[in-house]
Design a protein around this ligand. Structure first.
Ligand code: BGC
Length: 579
């Protein structure tokens, strides 16, 4: 027997011994993931035998990383004080860096990493995210999102790498590898491939809506990234909010148990999404194969009591419970949590470290996609006498970072450690730089205008546009359109940077500008953009999505995706110029 097999066998033997000692309450406890503040007191960790704690939007665990670690250390001690001393998993939505912690390195959202097509870079970004997550007390992240977005109206397009299955597959493997490393040291974390399955391919891009793809389309287009994740040993997979044939994915035994676990041999934790228990059929989700339940916002007690009753009345089998607990314990052993349950305070000074920011800045540079460059407007000469920079997005690190930054819905404020796009331009320009935030000044004698426009941050359904349009649209606001037309009308050459979580319909604005760059949501290192605009580096990014020409193209169930050849996009998947 080789070393790996014998280590795995040892883990299974340890699980057997532990399972044999556990009461039903202790097992259900392991299956419970609670929030560290509202649902539980510290005492509940022990009395309810909680298996995992989640931190996401809401009160912070402390004012700095030391306090975060102290908080989770104290919860961990509670868990270890129980009869069997099973350590907790601490999970966080670190989806583009440890984005819940102000001062951490924030990478471009996945859509930008998809544009880089650089899997090695994705692995590095994931390893850094893992380290910074560990430094703030976590051993589990709910990332990467491996959706294949079909419709740009979905509010989570930016959380996914690409509309291309192949590219997503490649990036998923790299991301899992980077996050998990060998798993057992305290520098890596368990990753989560999410949301299984069909999250990005609902009708009209509605978060949690119905997916009408055929089983064959699901298998060919959506499943490959999950296969890649399993091959990399992904520790967990999260169920999706959407339905397929009107059946909640959380309760879909065919896809979760039969396909993922039995056929594809996924041996990790199938975790529910937010309040999955009360939303999607209570014990049905356990029978479908959910192993751990995000029992938050009032779900904890109903879940624990409900599941106990279901086991007692035979509607959930003891075997199913044992399988769930086995999977949870297996990951805890793989993470070496029994030996090494506490965060490492030596990691704290790595949060937002220069070496990490350098990788994030490289990611920003490589994510930029040049869509137009008439008359070699770019690269800009550093000696240009007068450059005007326009738009609130040019000087707001919150706006440039999108959702899941500091807060769930992002922030409109500047945040610690981040650099704005304007600051990057000011650093490299040798002539005068004027900032005209709302295009009201249009200064005389400008040689070029860099106009930064785009979306305001959103997350999940807040970013959905829906098939009956609501406040959000796939176009720029009138105000942002005016920034561009005002400068174009003055005959000043305009370089437009688009900050957005998805392709927008900007055909007219592209026509009005001399150069146009899709910059996605770059995160904390806004200065990476200037390094490319001024030619220190060339453009490398290629479109991770086909780009719609008109709003009419985005009518219907799905957007103008590359597999619908009746709609011609403005730019095809993979497009991108360079110098
Ligand atoms: C989202 C997940 C996220 C979870 C925990 C849910 O609403 O769909 O992606 O991991 O919340 O915050």
């Amino acid at each position: 027997m080789n070393k790996e097999n014998s280590a795995a066998l040892k883990i299974e033997q340890k699980i057997d011994s532990l399972l044999a000692l556990m009461t039903l309450e202790e097992k259900i406890g392991q299956m419970s993931q609670a929030r560290h503040f509202d649902d539980i007191s510290e005492e509940d960790i022990a009395t309810k035998f909680i298996g995992s704690v989640i931190h996401t939007q809401g009160p912070l665990p402390g004012k700095d990383a030391l306090e975060w670690q102290a908080k989770f250390t104290s919860l961990q001690k509670k868990a270890l004080s129980t009869r069997l001393g099973i350590p907790l998993l601490f999970g966080v939505d670190a989806v583009h860096g440890q984005n819940t912690y102000e001062g951490a390195t924030m990478f471009p959202h996945n859509i930008g990493l998809g544009a880089s097509q650089n899997a090695e870079l994705v692995a590095q970004a994931a390893a850094i995210t893992a380290l910074e997550a560990q430094a703030t007390g976590f051993n589990w992240v709910f990332s990467p999102c491996v959706a294949i977005p079909y419709n740009e109206k979905w509010g989570r397009v930016y959380e996914a790498f690409s509309e291309s299955t192949e590219l997503t597959e490649k990036m998923t493997a790299a991301s899992i590898r980077g996050h998990q490393g060998n798993l057992s040291d305290r520098h890596t974390v368990m990753a989560t491939a999410k949301h299984f399955i069909g999250d990005g391919s609902t009708n009209f891009g509605e978060e949690g809506g119905e997916t009408t793809l055929s089983p064959q389309q699901i298998e060919e287009r959506l499943l490959p990234p999950y296969k890649a994740a399993i091959k990399e040993g992904v520790g967990s997979i999260m169920a999706s909010f959407n339905t397929i044939s009107d059946k909640a994915m959380h309760a879909n035994k065919e896809l979760i148990t039969d396909l993922l676990k039995n056929t594809l041999k996924f041996d990790g934790i199938m975790v529910s999404d937010w309040k999955g228990y009360s939303r999607f059929g209570e014990s049905d989700i356990i029978n479908a194969g959910i192993d751990m339940v995000m029992a938050v916002d009032g779900d904890l007690d109903p879940f624990q009591e409900g599941l106990r009753k279901s086991v007692e009345d035979g509607s959930v089998s003891q075997d199913r419970i044992d399988d769930a607990v086995r999977r949870i314990l297996r990951q805890k052993y793989r993470l070496n949590l029994f030996e090494n349950p506490f965060p490492d305070s030596n990691l704290i000074n790595k949060i937002g470290a220069q070496a990490h920011r350098d990788v994030a800045r490289q990611s920003v540079r490589e994510s930029l996609v040049l869509l137009k460059n008439d008359n070699h407007t770019l690269p800009l000469d550093k000696k240009t006498p007068k450059i005007v920079v326009v738009g609130e997005h040019a000087h707001s690190t919150g706006l440039q970072s999108g959702g899941w930054t500091i807060n769930w819905q992002g922030t409109l404020e500047n945040y610690a450690g981040a650099t704005s796009i304007l600051e990057g331009i000011e650093k490299l320009a040798q002539g005068e730089v004027v900032y005209d935030r709302h295009a009201t000044a249009t200064p005389d004698g400008a040689d070029v205008a860099i106009i930064v426009v785009g979306e305001v941050p959103y997350a999940e359904f807040f970013g959905d546009i829906g098939h009956e349009s609501n406040e959000l649209t796939l176009t720029l606001t009138q105000e942002h359109q005016n920034y561009i037309s005002t400068y174009a009308a003055k005959g000043i050459p305009t370089v437009v940077l688009l900050i957005s979580g998805r392709p927008l319909v900007v055909t007219e604005q592209i026509e009005q500008s001399k150069a146009f760059v899709a910059a996605w949501l770059p995160g904390s290192e806004g200065d990476g953009i200037a390094e490319v605009l001024f030619g220190d580096y060339d453009f490398k990014g290629k479109l991770p999505h086909s780009w719609p020409k008109s709003l009419a193209d985005v009518r219907g169930t799905y957007g103008p995706n590359f597999w619908d050849n009746t709609i011609r996009p403005l730019f095809r998947f993979g497009y991108g110029l360079n110098y």
